[in-house]
Design a binder for this molecule. Structure first.
Ligand code: ZN
Length: 239
């Protein structure tokens, strides 16, 4: 007998093909960040080939449905000339919301792979499990947790940057008020009050179904750069 602690099985290695596709989705998430959107990205693959990509852009397109998955689905369906995509797999960096999950099911996707869980609006097991509802979904296999840490880190860094920008704006406004001058254009559009609420977001939650290591994530209920988001601050509106 040994005194070794119980054997810890190594985590199942992620499929390299899944990791490859998810890295492409993470690149798309970076694109979202570059245009000031919450960084979520998606890619649709068929037989190892990229069919379509998409990144989150509801604010810049004034389109509440412009989540990364919907953008990618529209591109893929246009390209293939078919509203059903039964041979395609969709990779997305954040657990899908109800809107996107139903769109994926309508498209008859073969498989959906996501990275980080979203405890606020995720319906792949976090808030609901729409993919597990056999009455709704006979078609779409689901896999979560691929590169979850990388996706969560991206979201954390995005919100940290937003908080820092808001902090600087607040300090500038205070200085300006003290000096009797107004703050210049650099701070326009930032909603300081909204950003303050980000600091009070709940801490990391466990996601029991899907191994995500020590992933941490923030809820995505605000974009402090957008004044028109202020009305939505009371809602847990994702993206
Ligand atoms: Zn969505």
């Amino acid at each position: 007998m040994t005194t070794e602690s119980p054997q810890i099985l190594p985590a199942a290695p992620a499929d390299p093909a899944d990791e490859y596709a998810m890295r492409l989705a993470l690149d798309q998430a970076q694109n979202a960040w570059l245009v000031g959107e919450v960084p979520v990205g998606a890619v649709i693959m068929r037989g190892g080939q990229v069919i379509a990509t998409g990144y989150n852009r509801p604010i810049t397109t004034h389109d509440p449905t412009a989540h990364a998955e919907i953008v990618a689905l529209r591109h893929a369906a246009q390209l293939l000339g078919n509203y059903r995509l039964p041979e395609c797999e969709l990779y997305v960096t954040l657990e899908p919301c109800a809107m996107c999950a139903m769109a994926m099911m309508h498209a008859r996707l073969k498989r959906v792979v996501f990275a980080a869980p979203d405890p606020k609006t995720g319906v792949a097991g976090s808030v609901l499990d729409l993919f597990g509802q056999k009455q709704l979904n006979h078609h779409t296999a689901l896999h979560g947790g691929v590169l979850a840490d990388a996706s969560s880190r991206l979201l954390r860094e995005f919100f940290a940057e937003r908080r820092e920008a808001a902090r600087q704006l607040r300090d500038a406004r205070r200085s300006a008020a003290g000096a009797g001058t107004s703050v210049g254009a650099a701070g326009e559009g930032l909603d300081v009050e909204a950003v303050d609420t980000l600091s009070a977001l709940p801490e990391v939650q466990e996601f029991p179904e899907i191994p995500v290591g020590d992933a941490q994530y923030l809820s995505m209920n605000s974009d402090p750069s957008q004044d028109n988001m202020q009305d939505n601050m009371q809602d847990d509106t994702q993206r």
